[in-house]
Write a protein that binds this ligand. Structure first.
Ligand code: GLN
Length: 451
């Protein structure tokens, strides 16, 4: 049924970069056979999933929506992909995204834009916009995404979905094409809180193949999603995230969600996190710095595209021709920014101070969590904006992640849950819930109460 739905609507939505009907049906039959043979087919047996095209898949291409990876076939599965296969899931295909996960609208894909199923002239969020659009358009019940600065929570918010950024290190980066390694976090997108929790639990847990993987039990997110009670829970409203510059309809739904939590027995207080004001600036030094280092591996020798290799050119010339053609404008902008920030003489002023801001943000979280169990804010300042509106203005595009970036810099757990439609445009609004590292279950508990 999901494959039929993809065939029916994806011409308009463009959520998928690759769909493999035969492989998906073969996987579904294999699950049937395991069931018939009396074997355990796994906790999510037969449930379809769509993977963001940034996770390697041994049986499908993986491009990160970049021309530079055109034609590359990964020789192995990412841990997230492999664990979900083991859980019995059926892979429908790979979803569109901003190239190398850099963006907030999926307009930076080398393979065309993805449209928001709520309004086809608007963005589905990004960078996991193919995944959010696929789930919102009922082309998949569940999808994977990655969140470096908000790329799961923001697309979830603008498509009316649940999206979680697990604690950093709680989900494995092995086989995830790297953008900013100290921030990249795989996570789930789903239409309700329990579905998100089931997917979250299925791919999480320690992975010896990721050196930053946390060796701790998986937080009990499924149990928390079922529990759904906030009686006595202390909820902090972040003073710095809201107010001027935010769409009035977003703020109205946010305020109502907070009132709902209070009526359900939560204790609501206002909390100040003064360093959050510097989070965006610090992120746009740290993330490009890490990306300039990570993307150096695309050297025209090892993966995908190779331009001008006709026997007359040096390796350096082939490399520069390939990169000129293979990387899109936003990726080039980030590499240049990052290389500059890391260069000798500037390192302390830019990268060094950004890292200090990162520490201050972490301290703001630590201080807040001494007095409250979770922090809340709107997920994004506005609802889904029209396609093309911000493509000429990188700063306006970057502002879409104003509320989500602090949790990435500190590495703690965060989630976005729908909290109604904005009055101005009848488009979905997201409530962001943030919890300390490894307390992901609290975000699910609160989200399930709001849902
Ligand atoms: N929009 C942010 C950026 O462009 C975050 C992206 C992400 O989380 N992958 O960097």
């Amino acid at each position: 049924a999901y494959l039929d739905r993809v065939a029916e609507v994806d011409g308009q939505v463009n959520a998928f970069l690759h769909v493999d009907r035969d492989t998906a049906l073969a996987q579904a039959r294999a699950v049937d056979a395991r069931l018939a043979a009396g074997e355990d087919p796994g906790p999510l047996a037969g449930v379809p999933v769509a993977h963001k095209d940034v996770f390697t898949t041994a049986d499908m291409p993986t491009t990160a929506a970049s021309r530079i990876l055109e034609g590359w076939r990964p020789p192995y599965d990412a841990t997230v992909t492999a664990r979900l296969r083991q859980a019995g899931m059926v892979v429908l295909g790979k979803t569109n995204m901003d190239e190398f996960a850099m963006g907030s609208s999926t307009e930076n894909s080398a393979y065309g834009v993805t449209r928001n199923p709520w309004d086809l002239d608007r963005i589905p969020g990004g960078s996991s916009g193919g995944s959010s659009a696929a789930v919102a358009a009922f082309e998949a019940p569940l999808a994977t995404g990655t969140d470096t600065g908000g790329s799961i929570r923001q697309p979830a918010a603008v498509c009316g979905l649940v999206g979680a950024k697990p604690t950093y290190g709680g989900s494995s980066r092995y086989g995830l094409i790297a953008f900013a390694s100290s921030l990249d976090t795989p996570g789930p997108l789903a239409r309700n809180v329990l579905d998100a929790a089931l997917l979250h639990e299925a791919f999480s847990g320690h992975d010896p193949r990721d050196s930053t993987s946390v060796d701790a039990p998986v937080p009990p997110v499924v149990e928390a999603a079922r529990r759904a009670d906030v009686e006595g829970l202390r909820v902090g409203v972040v003073k710095e995230l809201g107010g001027e510059g935010y769409q009035p309809g977003v703020l109205r739904r946010f305020t109502e969600a907070v009132e709902l939590l209070e009526s359900l027995g939560a204790k609501v207080v206002e909390v100040s996190c003064p360093s959050f004001d510097a989070a965006l600036a610090a992120y746009y030094l740290i993330a490009p710095s890490e990306c300039s280092s990570n993307l150096a591996r695309f050297d025209a020798m090892r993966y995908g595209l190779r331009v001008g290799d006709d026997g007359t050119r040096s390796a350096e010339e082939v490399m520069s021709l390939t990169r000129a053609e293979g990387f899109g404008p936003e990726v080039k902008r980030r590499i240049i920014l990052g290389t500059y920030a890391l260069s000798s003489g500037y390192y302390d002023a830019y990268y060094g101070s950004a890292q200090q801001v990162r520490t201050l943000i972490k301290r703001d979280f630590d201080a807040a969590f001494e007095n409250v169990d979770v922090l809340v804010s709107p997920t994004t300042p506005t609802t889904a904006f029209p396609l093309g509106e911000r493509t000429g203005d990188p700063m306006a595009m970057y502002l879409a992640d104003l509320c989500t970036i602090p949790a990435n810099l500190a590495g703690n757990a965060a989630l976005s849950v729908p909290c109604g439609l904005a009055d101005e445009d009848n488009l979905p609004v997201g409530l962001q819930i943030m919890a300390p590292a490894l307390a992901d279950d609290r975000t699910y508990r609160v989200a399930a109460a709001v849902e």
